[in-house]
Ligand binder design. Sequence first.
Ligand code: 6PG
Length: 243
Amino acid sequence: MREKISQLIDSSQSGQYRWCPVADLPELHEVALTAILASAATAIQKRGQFHLVLAGGDTPRAIYKRLRTTQNDWSAWHIYFSDERCLPPTDPRRNSVMAGEAWLDYVEIPPDQLYIIPGELGADLAAWEYAQTLNTIGVFDLTLLGLGEDGHTASLFPGHEWGIELDSPDTLAVLDAPKPPPQRVSLSAARLNRSRQVMFLVSGESKRDAVARWRAGENIPARAIAAEDGVDILVESALLKNL
Ligand code: 6PG
């Protein structure tokens, strides 16, 4: 993973964020796919399992579709979600439905290794249930995240609870999300940060302002995210221009 990303990395940077500019969406998909498969190979070789947290939204859909046709030891894959929208189980707006239609419905990951957030129960009960699920799970191997136009990530929104403190609960019930639907469940920043690697997937002109604010050091929710090995941000290079 490092060698592929290291070619892209902005050499002028240091610290926990590694900005990895990509020329366009196809390259973002290619680099992300390479990184996910490399992370999986390392985790399975070292620990026999790969614990992957999926981002929601639209950006990852094409990457999940690419995963559908890759050859992997799916029996070693464990899938979680960074957040979920509180909608009926088959609602196409659900992150779990998006990931299923793009990828998970087509591969042989054991069903008891697909940890779906039960958003249909409503935010409070679903958050509680998922926290029980995560109780027995250690550090994630790779967490994928998106970036919202307002700087949100997962369902951690400006002006809302992010769960940064180390003793924060693993999951947060969100009742008034500014991005519909209002009721969501999110992993807390503290739980997302218990990841060996975090990779953001950022594309689209609408993210320009959020990227600029992030790089200017503004305290947007994405800035609450850290990881043992640092955070890689795959971002269309056009969004870094004129910063
Ligand atoms: C959600 C996502 C959210 C998303 C960003 C980016 O449920 O909406 O978890 O955090 O990743 O809003 O979304 P796009 O990839 O669609 O721009």
